[in-house]
Design a protein around this ligand. Structure first.
Ligand SMILES: C[S@@+](CC[C@H](N)C(=O)[O-])C[C@H]1O[C@@H](n2cnc3c(N)ncnc32)[C@H](O)[C@@H]1O
Length: 203
């Protein structure tokens, strides 16, 4: 039986599988952040769907980072993040319903957006409510149409409602929302693996 992503990832937190995600996602995330942070100007940061908060802790150490926070819908993931680093800011909330008190310069997200009922709506919501003018959204996705190796994940992980879109569709969500300077690429492609699809744009 399939269950919703928050329930499944809460179990994963109990099973310490969040540390496995950190290992599996690390290189793609480093690629995303090295692109997003190349200007060396002061910035504020949100990780949307932060899991145990490993990206927040890493970004907080960047010399130009003024404020870094993480949001995740799984209370178990957020409890874990707070336990690892009680001084950082982590919030348990549904991404579709939460917005920051102060808009930020950079919103990052790895392996999260296709769990939304309507990912384009989340992209629009972040554009309107989370990002400052000239702020950037950057997302990484391993589950997408051209990455055939990912197609059975909904079955194999028992997660309901995973949205399989093509690269062009993901890019069109950014274009239709009104993002500027849109760029996309695939990172880490190898045999039987199309790589992490990374899409980014500036408000
Ligand atoms: C595949 S994990 C990725 C976690 C983290 N980004 C990483 O790379 O380790 C997906 C995360 O998205 C969160 N998530 C899924 N749907 C969500 C929603 N609607 N609102 C908030 N978080 C959500 C899950 O709880 C889970 O922690």
């Amino acid at each position: 039986m399939k269950r919703n992503p928050i329930e499944v990832f809460s179990d994963w937190a109990d099973l310490d599988k969040d540390f496995g995600m950190e290992i599996n996602h690390k290189e793609s995330v480093e690629n995303m952040l090295s692109f997003a942070l190349q200007n060396e100007t002061p910035f504020s940061f949100i990780d949307a769907g932060c899991g145990n908060g490993w990206v927040v802790r890493s970004v907080a150490e960047h010399p130009m980072c003024q404020n870094a926070m993480g949001v995740d819908g799984s209370k178990k993931m957020i409890d874990k993040a707070n336990k690892i680093d009680p001084n950082a800011t982590y919030t348990c909330a549904n991404l579709m319903q939460w917005s920051p008190e102060k808009k930020v310069d950079l919103v990052h997200s790895m392996e999260v957006f296709y769990y939304m009922e309507n990912p384009k709506k989340l992209i629009q919501f972040i554009y309107e409510k989370w990002l400052k003018k000239n702020g950037r959204l950057i997302i990484g996705l391993d589950f997408y149409f051209e990455n055939k190796a990912s197609h059975d994940w909904s079955e194999s992980c028992g997660i309901s409602n995973m949205k399989l879109f093509s690269e062009n569709e993901w890019v069109s969500f950014f274009t239709d929302t009104g993002f500027n300077e849109i760029k996309f690429w695939r990172y880490g492609a190898k045999e039987n693996w199309a790589g992490t699809l990374i899409v980014t744009g500036v408000k």
